[in-house]
Design a protein around this ligand. Structure first.
Ligand SMILES: Nc1ncnc2c1ncn2[C@@H]1O[C@H](COP(=O)(O)OP(=O)(O)OP(=O)(O)O)[C@@H](O)[C@H]1O
Ligand SMILES: [Mg+2]
Length: 285
């Protein structure tokens, strides 16, 4: 079976997204293109992979139409996905037919249906609905260990053993929570706090303020891991981007903590690796 370095694949995908580029048609593996639609609280991301599960193109848009897996603006969500789909189709020179999506673990069936409805209404045949940290695990080729997806609205936890998901949970804490804490501590508007949070020049000041949020997340994850033999935690999602996030998480959970390249893009790419695409790409399906 072909083996791929997840970090190299993620860096390639990151470049395709940022440069609004695509893998040329003559370098794509045969088979239908598959699209993953990540309806996140902070970002909507579409990822396209070829018949071998390699990234072909992707597009991201900051958005507030979905919160914690719940569609709060259906028309707005459909419109964003439709627009990103059209943009990618133009770039790729072909139609995107099959699409998959993902939900935070444990959301109610009605909310999961609404997520799938958005993808369908945007013009996709919905081929798969997986849970978010499980999608991330496909990219990382993970068969054993834990994936913690620290997104904008929620923190999803998935534990795998021998390639099977044995535990999932989703907790209402994430990057938005950090922004609220920062805004309160500094007495500044939320939009300003969001900008300050991602300003590398303010990293030390910001982390000192949001550290209790990270410690709370680590406490939640430690409780979830109790009773499971997990040595390594893979952290993904935008809110784990801080340099000091990984060492603090390792200290508080007592586990080895690793963060792949392009943490914001891991779950979105994994959503596109549904069916046998994950296995084709040399990863756990
Ligand atoms: N460099 C950075 N430093 C700190 N936080 C960051 C950075 N980049 C992005 N974030 C935060 O990551 C969050 C977005 O991450 P992500 O795109 O994984 O979330 P999402 O998938 O939209 O949300 P969810 O999965 O909870 O629905 C935002 O809160 C954003 O502020
Ligand atoms: Mg997410």
């Amino acid at each position: 079976m072909q083996q791929t370095d997840p970090d190299a694949v993620l860096r390639d995908f990151g470049r395709l997204v940022r440069e609004r580029a695509c893998l040329p048609a003559d370098r794509r593996a045969p088979g239908p293109l598959r699209t993953g639609v990540d309806l996140g609280t902070a970002n909507i991301v579409l990822s396209v992979v070829d018949g071998a599960g390699r990234p072909v193109a992707g597009a991201s848009f900051p958005s507030t139409v979905v919160r914690d897996g719940i569609v709060v603006d259906y028309v707005g969500a459909v419109s964003v996905v439709r627009r990103l789909k059209a943009e990618l189709e133009e770039r790729l020179g072909c139609d995107l037919v099959q699409g998959a999506t993902a939900i935070p673990p444990g959301i109610l069936p009605g909310n999961a249906k609404a997520i799938a409805n958005v993808v369908e209404a945007a013009g996709f045949e919905v081929a798969d609905v997986s849970d978010e940290p499980t999608a991330a695990a496909r990219v990382l080729g993970l068969r054993d260990g834990a994936v913690v997806d620290v997104g904008g609205g929620t923190t999803g936890i998935s534990i795998l053993k021998d390639g099977q998901v044995v535990f999932t949970d989703d907790e209402a804490t994430g990057g938005t929570h950090m922004t609220l804490v920062l805004a309160g501590a500094l007495g500044i508007p939320i939009a300003e706090a969001e900008a300050r949070k991602t300003d590398p020049a303010a990293a030390d000041e910001v982390f000192a303020i949001v550290q209790p949020v990270v410690e709370k997340m680590a406490g939640i994850v430690t409780r979830c891991l109790a009773g499971h033999q997990v040595e390594t935690i893979h952290v993904v999602g935008g809110a784990c981007s801080f340099d000091r996030f990984v060492p603090l998480f390792a200290k508080r959970t007592g586990r080895v903590v690793v963060r792949p390249a392009e943490p914001l893009l891991v779950t979105p790419l994994g959503i596109a690796l549904y069916g046998n695409a994950g296995a084709l790409a040399g990863r756990a399906s």
